[in-house]
Design a protein around this ligand. Structure first.
Ligand code: SF4
Length: 211
């Protein structure tokens, strides 16, 4: 093993142990392919499934694989009106599995997200029977403060650029704490414990995923 692989394994083990203390379940895999296989092993056939905006779940090929399987999918990309999108956002709360990534995860096992509409963090907090997060180790932060800093000054600007939002971070590359209707940072959540044991499952992936 290379020093980097040893370092990553030490930190992944630490995060998984700390997730367990917080009533959440963690897994560690090295590649996108292993992440996809594990996700499909975790999600039973015939599950109802919804997901939030996430590059990571797309990058491991999970959505394509689900479309080739025996599941009921609530996919907002198939909606043609805002009303249909809103209906899918609400259906998420009744789904068996909600899929997403995290914007950051701390070494002590806290999950940090910053959301625009809020549908993604709302479903992570309550509703779906299971929440499955695919998180690249590139999203690991030392603590809450550095996690929020990571999201505000890296993940959100990257998403603002990707989504072509009219925000200062899209132009200047870091957060200006903007207050405008274009902001993608309306709500910040810190998941520090799950009341329901193992409702939240996290697959940590050594490969870089998302922002
Ligand atoms: S400038 Fe606005 S949209 Fe960009 S990271 Fe800061 S709060 Fe979020």
């Amino acid at each position: 093993m290379t020093p980097k692989e040893i370092f990553n394994e030490i930190n992944a083990k630490k995060i998984i142990e700390n997730l367990e203390k917080r009533n959440m379940q963690g897994f560690f895999v090295k590649t996108k392919e292993e992440a996809l296989k594990l996700a499909l092993d975790i999600i039973p056939n015939k599950s109802t499934i919804c997901w939030g905006g996430s590059q990571s779940i797309l990058q491991i090929g999970l959505i394509d694989a689900l479309y080739n399987g025996d599941y009921t999918l609530f996919d907002r990309a198939k909606a043609t009106t805002q009303e249909e999108i809103d209906t899918i956002y609400r259906k998420a709360f009744f789904s068996d599995f909600y899929l997403a990534s995290a914007n950051a995860i701390t070494l002590d096992g806290k999950i940090i997200n910053i959301d625009g509409t809020g549908n993604r963090v709302a479903a992570m907090i309550y509703g779906p029977k299971n929440v499955l997060l695919i998180v690249g180790l590139n999203k690991v932060a030392k603590d809450e403060i550095s996690a929020v800093d990571r999201v505000r000054n890296y993940a959100s600007p990257m998403n603002a650029i990707r989504l072509d939002k009219n925000t200062p971070c899209k132009i200047k590359g870091n957060c200006y704490d903007c207050i405008s209707n274009e902001t993608i940072c309306c709500v910040t959540t810190i998941t520090r414990y799950s009341k329901e044991k193992n409702r939240i499952k996290v697959i940590l992936v050594e490969e870089e995923l998302g922002y």
